[in-house]
Design a protein around this ligand. Sequence first.
Ligand code: HEC
Ligand code: HEC
Ligand code: HEC
Ligand code: HEC
Ligand code: HEC
Ligand code: HEC
Ligand code: HEC
Ligand code: HEC
Ligand code: HEC
Length: 280
Amino acid sequence: MPGISGKHIVILLVSLTVVAVACAPKVRYGILSTIFDGVPTPVEHNALVVGDTLGQLDSARILAVSKAVLAPVYNYIHEPYREKDCASCHIKEQMGKLVVEEPQLCYQCHSSNNEKHSFKHGPAGAGYCTSCHRPHVAETKHLLLNEGEEFCYNCHDRKVVTENSIHDNIKKDNCLDCHNPHSSENRFVLQKDACYKCHEDTTSDYSFLHGPVSGDYCSTCHGPHTSGNENLLVQSGQDLCLNCHDSSDVFRNVEHQGTENEVCTQCHNPHGGENEFMLN
Ligand code: HEC
Ligand code: HEC
Ligand code: HEC
Ligand code: HEC
Ligand code: HEC
Ligand code: HEC
Ligand code: HEC
Ligand code: HEC
Ligand code: HEC
């Protein structure tokens, strides 16, 4: 630490204590930021940052004492921030500009299933990670902006959600019991098994499960509850099945001769059965 002697450190710490205890956050920020380059804004941070990978002041002692002086009010601290690995996200030479845009910024260290999933939750699919997560510190776990249903109502209209009868009788705060925050294989970013929160799981009754059912791809056949179609099917009759099964293959089989105009579910159970052909 060039230029700062032990005596200076003591003086610095004493004045820091005064600053920390006596000043309103805004004023305190003004003073601290003239001492330490890169002190984050008071709106989001209370933890004092000294010494980091951008090559700022580096004194374990200042850090230890200042930590005691300025007790952090945040319960959750992002690990690279705690480690003062600022340079993994910021470029010092360019006024702290980000090293790369989101979501690549986050994918430097986190992996994502979003690409694999067919249904993506708006902002997560678009890669706006910090519309939900704070990059440095937070009062809520998973570094979220806030908690429970209020978190969802940051963006969703409460009225729209509560007016959908599917949400009748749901408890507050349990939105994530059924929905996935990032992406999923079901419409409405519903979780795997979310359907079974309200419907009986009959799949264990079957020795053989239909491909898409065993994969929990319920929405390949079922649409929104508000659609009004019988069994909420996305299509009716043979069309539903011929989305995935090639009709020339199907009708080549002798068992299918003369069934060209029959609905497939007359002979096949759409979910599963006691034999591999799921015959009724
Ligand atoms: C995981 C990535 C990441 C790390 C690590 C990180 N930051 Fe940030 N920081 C961000 C993002 C994202 C923003 C918001 C930038 C934007 O909106 O342009 C931000 C914003 C800031 C800001 C602008 C004011 C504010 O708080 O919004 C400051 C100052 C800052 N960071 C300082 C730091 C310091 C100092 C460190 C190291 C102790 C650090 N950051 C570590 C991602 C990070
Ligand atoms: C330099 C590596 C690094 C970068 C870049 C980074 N993270 Fe992290 N993040 C970590 C580590 C390490 C942890 C703690 C271990 C863990 O939970 O995976 C963590 C934890 C988290 C957690 C909390 C996990 C939990 O269950 O509590 C969230 C949320 C998160 N990061 C989101 C982000 C977002 C959003 C970005 C981009 C703005 C980002 N991270 C960028 C390394 C990084
Ligand atoms: C719509 C809000 C939202 C967006 C956008 C979002 N997340 Fe999340 N994320 C959440 C919620 C909610 C949780 C907590 C999930 C839980 O409680 O099971 C979470 C959990 C996490 C976790 C910790 C648990 C885990 O799955 O490992 C990480 C890491 C994470 N998110 C990273 C990201 C990254 C990276 C992005 C950007 C591609 C992102 N998130 C975008 C809402 C969001
Ligand atoms: C940062 C803003 C934001 C937050 C926070 C957020 N969402 Fe979303 N959500 C969106 C956007 C944008 C869309 C896509 C546009 C749309 O379909 O309305 C969306 C779409 C959805 C959809 C699909 C709607 C459809 O018609 O397909 C569901 C379900 C959903 N969100 C549930 C949730 C839940 C549950 C939470 C809380 C855990 C949450 N959202 C938090 C912004 C957000
Ligand atoms: C919150 C509870 C709830 C969840 C979760 C739920 N459902 Fe439903 N479902 C209902 C209710 C209530 C009805 C009857 C009223 C209606 O048709 O809207 C219903 C009706 C149905 C029907 C029509 C049944 C019939 O006899 O006509 C199908 C099919 C269905 N749901 C499939 C699904 C699938 C697939 C999922 C998962 C993607 C799912 N449901 C998730 C509550 C739920
Ligand atoms: C391959 C298409 C397909 C898939 C995938 C599928 N279903 Fe169905 N489902 C149907 C058809 C077709 C019916 C109408 C039943 C009939 O015609 O015999 C139905 C009926 C239903 C019904 C109402 C009648 C009953 O059996 O109670 C529910 C509830 C239901 N499905 C839930 C689900 C759930 C939950 C999943 C995911 C695990 C799922 N379905 C996956 C095609 C499918
Ligand atoms: C028990 C399971 C369950 C819970 C808990 C749940 N949802 Fe849903 N949600 C569903 C199902 C199923 C649908 C699909 C509705 C349909 O098919 O019409 C849905 C649809 C949605 C939609 C899109 C349709 C619309 O009405 O705009 C949003 C947004 C949404 N939920 C938000 C929420 C929020 C916010 C919470 C917490 C307050 C929540 N959900 C809790 C099962 C659930
Ligand atoms: C979303 C795509 C999809 C839809 C829609 C679909 N299937 Fe399937 N089906 C599959 C897959 C995947 C398999 C498993 C293929 C395998 O194991 O080779 C399968 C297997 C079958 C089998 C067993 C074939 C065998 O060789 O064991 C029958 C019978 C069948 N489906 C009938 C139906 C009927 C009837 C419908 C309409 C109610 C239907 N399928 C709709 C994807 C679909
Ligand atoms: C009259 C009853 C009946 C109807 C209607 C029917 N199937 Fe079948 N299906 C069978 C029988 C029986 C088998 C077993 C064939 C075997 O043993 O080779 C079978 C086998 C299958 C197989 C697996 C063997 C193969 O040929 O690939 C598929 C896939 C299939 N059916 C799809 C369909 C579809 C899609 C429809 C509607 C377009 C349909 N079936 C309508 C009776 C029927």
